[in-house]
Design a protein around this ligand. Sequence first.
Ligand SMILES: Nc1nc2c(ncn2[C@@H]2O[C@H](COP(=O)(O)OP(=O)(O)OP(=O)(O)O)[C@@H](O)[C@H]2O)c(=O)[nH]1
Ligand SMILES: [Mg+2]
Length: 334
Amino acid sequence: MAGMDYKIPTVMSSEELMEKAFHRASKIYKNGTNPLDTRKKTALAKVTASGDIVVTALQGYVERFPRMDKMDDFFPQLVDIVIGIDRYKKALGAVNWCAMKAEKLKNDTLKDIRRTKDPEIIEATRRGFYGRLNSYVDRISDDLLFLQDAKNKFRKLPAVDPNTPTVVVAGFPNVGKSNLVTVMSTAEPEIAPYPFTTKGIIVGHIEDDWRKYQIVDTPGLLDREFEKRNDIEKQAVLALRYLTDVILFVIDPSETCGFHRDVQEKLLANIQESFEGVTIIVAESKCDVMKTGDGRLYFSAQTGENMDALMDAVRTEMRAVFRRKALEAETEVE
Ligand SMILES: Nc1nc2c(ncn2[C@@H]2O[C@H](COP(=O)(O)OP(=O)(O)OP(=O)(O)O)[C@@H](O)[C@H]2O)c(=O)[nH]1
Ligand SMILES: [Mg+2]
C-alpha cells in the first residue's frame, strides 16, 4: 500500500548526478563566428548545462521531500522512529547548501569565461568548474544516500486515516496478532513462528455494511518501560497512543508464542492503566491448541473457531465509535 501522497523523487547518488551532468556537457558543441568565439560559446554552454543539471536536481529534492517537524502527532513521531527527523532535516539542509553553492559557482564561472580572450584560460576555468562542482556534490554524498533510503521508507509507511474508526491489535510478540488481522481484514501482514515478525505498523480495512473501520496490526510488545523499548516496539506504542479508538488485546494462553501467561497479563494490566477510558477487548488466541475456560473471548485464527463471536464483539464496539464520531462531526462548530 502506498504510504503517502507525496511525489518524492528518486534520489541520485553523487556519482550518478555528476555522471549525468558531465555526460550532458560532453555532448555540447556551439558554433561561433571564429575559433575563439566557438570555444567560448561551447564552454559557456557546457558550464550552464552541467551546473543546471546539478542545481535543478538538488532543488527538486528540497522542494519535493515533505517538511517534517517533531510534532506531537502520529505521523511525525513515526517518521522520527523510522527515518529520524534530525538527520532528515540535516540531509535536506546539506542538499540545499550544495544547490546554492553550485548555482553561485556556475554564475561566477560564466562571468570568468566571458571576461577572457585566452583559450587556455577558458579551458582551465571550465575544468576548474567541473572539479569544484564535483567536490561540492561529493561532500553531500552521504546525505543523498540517506534521502534515497528515506524515500523508500516513506513509501512503506502506513496510510492511516485519522477520521476512520480504528481498532489497534496489541499484545506480546508471536501471539497471533498478524494471523488474526489477516483473517479479519484486507491486510496481508507476514506471519511467522518467531517474535518481532511484524516490524512496523500495518493497516487493514474492515467493512461493516456501509461502514468502514481501520484495523492496525502492530509489532509485539514486551512488558517494559517505554524508554527501554526497541524501535520496533515503539511503533506499537505510537499506534496505541495516537490511533486507538478500541484496543484488541491478544493473549496467547497456550504460551506457544514463547512467553508466559503472567508477563502477558502484566502487559495487559499496564495497558489498562495507561489507557483508562479506552475500550479494551481482551481475547485469547490459538484456542485450537488451548482453551482456558476463564470466560474471556477466545478464538483461533487458524481454524476459524469462535471467530464470529470475536468479530461480533469488535463490530459492536466499532459501531459505537462510529456513532460517536459521526455525532462529534455533526455537532462541531462550523
Ligand atoms: N495453533 C495456532 N497457531 C497460530 C494461530 N495464530 C497464529 N499462530 C501461529 O503463531 C505464530 C505467530 O503468528 P503471528 O500472527 O505472526 O503472530 P504476531 O503476534 O503477529 O507476531 P509478531 O508480529 O512477531 O509480534 C505463527 O507461527 C502462527 O502460525 C492460531 O490460531 N492457532
Ligand atoms: Mg505480527
